[in-house]
Design a protein around this ligand. Structure first.
Ligand SMILES: NC(=O)c1ccc[n+]([C@@H]2O[C@H](COP(=O)([O-])OP(=O)(O)OC[C@H]3O[C@@H](n4cnc5c(N)ncnc54)[C@H](OP(=O)(O)O)[C@@H]3O)[C@@H](O)[C@H]2O)c1
Length: 356
């Protein structure tokens, strides 16, 4: 079977194609993974948007000027020239939008291994780790759709908590309907009795009912109504939408009451930059912050904390999010373009499971 990849022109994200190449040949110490299924959310669009800046195009190089967008999903070892990695093992991790990925396993343990391929070594370690998983874990299709984003929600919660929430009385989350924002909102909601913070969701008019329905927010406001409905009390803003004009509007409205802006996402990637004019806005990068959390609690305890909360979150989320399966290349290409244009329904989680 040849290797099919979904390619994106790195300088014109609307130009896409599929490439067909030979199945990768293995050298000594390498293994071949066949990608089973993966999630696709706005996060993957952001990988493409900031691909040059943050280095996301470097994970799975393609022939210039094209790139391959990374995705989270499951794969199976189908060939192995590395004794410690057995054919038939199943892994969860970071993959190309392709049929196969050749890896160079290192640092093996019973939990998984690192892909030590030359071109990946300078990239954040969290993306290079592949965890062994069982087959058919109950509810596993939610895992790639939610886990990476929910983990960012967990990390951003602990970042804010460590900073004493910047002395805020309210936390304002933009793109409140996004899975990453919902992850943070879940932790804020769970800890509300201790933290004493109001949880405010800002979203598009069309997503107001969806965001209210999650039950995580104390109040939900449309972007247009923010200066009419937002209360003037000390606030920290956690920004998933990446719209500098909106951030300036809120800063101008709250003035000294806006203590800090934690910049996490860029769902509205066409809204243009301008955050350099707002000194209180600082970028939060989950792969960097997780290193601090690992130093503090260790990998085992951190993973356990995330996993316990994640299974609770998935139970709740399955009430308002359904999975839609993408089974053909044509539908995959359409989904990518739809999301790139911002035509996103937050009540659907997309799982790509291409038919052979
Ligand atoms: N810094 C980090 O380490 C880190 C880690 C993980 C994720 N993130 C970022 O967090 C963001 C959210 O990702 P996600 O996968 O959770 O998103 P998602 O669930 O796919 O979010 C969907 C929502 O995003 C908004 N949206 C999407 N595309 C848009 C567009 N083109 N124009 C305007 N609004 C758009 C809409 O929300 P509203 O109507 O509510 O605005 C939509 O309902 C991404 O930018 C992602 O890269 C950052």
């Amino acid at each position: 079977m040849s290797n099919t990849s979904f390619l994106v022109h790195k300088n014109n994200l609307f130009e896409t194609s599929f490439s067909e190449t030979e199945k990768p040949e293995l050298d000594k110490g390498e293994a071949l993974l066949k990608i089973e299924k993966y999630a696709f959310t706005s996060n993957n669009i952001t990988y493409a948007v900031v691909g040059h800046q943050v280095g996301y195009w470097n994970f799975f190089p393609a022939t210039e000027p094209n790139g391959i967008v990374p995705v989270w999903g499951f794969a199976k070892v189908v060939e192995s020239n590395e004794d410690s990695v057995k054919i038939g093992e199943r892994v969860y991790g970071y993959f190309p939008m392709s049929t196969y990925l050749k890896v160079k396993p290192a640092k093996q343990s019973i939990r998984g291994f690192v892909d030590n391929s030359e071109h990946r070594q300078a990239l954040p370690p969290i993306y290079n780790y592949l965890s062994y998983v069982q087959s058919n874990i109950p509810g596993e299709d939610f895992m790639p759709i939610i886990q990476p984003l929910f983990t960012t929600g967990f990390l951003s919660y602990h970042f804010l908590k460590q900073s004493n929430f910047f002395d805020a009385k309210q936390v304002i989350l933009t793109s409140a309907s996004s899975k990453t924002a919902l992850g943070l909102a879940y932790f804020l909601n769970q800890n509300q009795a201790d933290d004493g913070l109001q949880i405010i969701g800002l979203t598009s008019q069309r997503n107001i009912d969806f965001v209210k329905g999650t039950g995580f927010y104390d109040s939900v406001i449309s972007y247009e109504d923010v200066t009419k409905e937002l209360s003037k009390s000390p606030a920290v803003m956690v920004d998933f939408v990446g719209n500098a004009e909106l951030a300036k509007t809120i800063d101008g409205y709250l003035v000294d009451d806006l203590k800090f802006i934690s910049r996490i996402g860029l769902t509205n990637w066409k809204s243009g930059d301008g955050f350099n004019d707002i000194p209180k806005a600082k970028f939060f990068f989950a792969p960097d912050f997780i290193k601090k959390i690992y130093e503090k609690w260790g990998v085992g305890k951190t993973t356990e904390m995330v996993q316990t909360a994640l299974s609770d979150f998935i139970k709740i989320a399955s009430n308002w999010m359904k999975i839609e399966y993408i089974e053909t290349n044509e539908n995959l290409s359409n989904l990518y373009k739809k999301m790139l244009k911002g035509d996103v329904n937050p009540s659907i989680g997309y799982l790509v499971k291409l038919k052979e």
